[in-house]
Design a protein around this ligand. Sequence first.
Ligand code: GDP
Length: 415
Amino acid sequence: MAVDITTDLNVVRNIGIMAHIDAGKTTTTERILFYTGISYKIGEVHDGAAVMDWMEQEQERGITITSAATTCWWKDHQINIIDTPGHVDFTAEVERSLRVLDGAVAVFDGVAGVEPQTMTVWRQANKYSVPRMCFVNKLDRTGADFFRCVDMMVDRLNSTPLVLQLPIGAESDFLGVIDLVGMRALTWRGETTMGEDYEVEEIPAAMQAQADEYREKLLETLAEADDDIMEKYLEGETFTVPELEDAIRRATLADKVNPVLCGTAFKNKGVQPLLDAVVKYLPSPLDIEGIVGHDPKDEDKELVRKPSDDEPFSGLAYKIASDPHLGKLIYVRVYSGKLEAGSTVVNSVNGRKERIGKVYQMHANKREEIASVGAGQIVAVMGLKDTKTGHTLSDPAHQVVLESMTFPAPVIEVA
Ligand code: GDP
């Protein structure tokens, strides 16, 4: 049965996960789908047996991200993960995906640090001021060095890392992280595990001085980025956790800092705090004030579409995919208004009318047919005949061409 999906946009996060090949993008994504799958099931049925069933099924099949946008739920938030290709050969494709996501997580290999393809994607993301967090992965590997990786973020990416966690233990003894916002330790003591939750502990005494030092650095960096924090900081006042979290969110959305977290996706340590941070610090579609476009009949006439279901429909086709069961699917980000199955829209780039066939939201373990979907969402649409990536679809009575995209030739980095 097709359903209507109009979600409170405040709880939606459209994110991409970007990384140099082999840094752990796939593993991190799979672990996110694993955890969100569990929480989705728990939320849905409150039944431990169903959770186990789901885990077994998923372990048999392998949880894989096969779609250009996968929807999952974490603590009452809808996270749409938009696939961002890792290869430089796909520069144009990366650019397209960057246009439709609102925030991103960059995954780094804790041994290799900042690698060339990350530099390329990072620079592309700078162009659109995409708010970004960093996850230093693979801290269980021999030679992993969290602090070197953070230094490389400054040197190679010219970014402002905001270190929110410190690793506890290293390599095969990597045990967990110190949460510098809550000033507590999060640990995973088992040799892991699919799905083990972290323990909350006191900061180990031997690390207290380092934790204090990095907490001070966190406040300094935030104060540089945020006047309210600066004022209180200079007056020597203390900060509550919600105050700090608000300030981190503001500074991240303004693209002034990049929160840094760490762990090992492979061993399942660090992924739940990463999900919490995605929800806390990355933007919702409402944080994007409006998308700029122009009148198809007059390029100089600027039109802005706001992320609201009450606006006329506009959406951007950003990826054409071939699904083994459904055939041709076009992934569309809805920027304004509602997209309805069976409705007629106009491709305002080539002027052709297009009938919207079936509309799907893609999940890790199923796809959901939907009757209509509101602003801010990302869906796969069947039935479009003359639409290519980069084209705008709009309400026939209120046409718009969303900001045209020009794709530069791929930049090949020399390491
Ligand atoms: P991608 O190319 O960025 O998608 O990287 P993958 O997720 O496919 O990971 C590349 C390789 O690194 C795979 O063999 C993973 O099992 C491994 N890997 C991923 N995360 C970790 C980690 O946290 N620790 C270790 N030791 N290996 C990891």
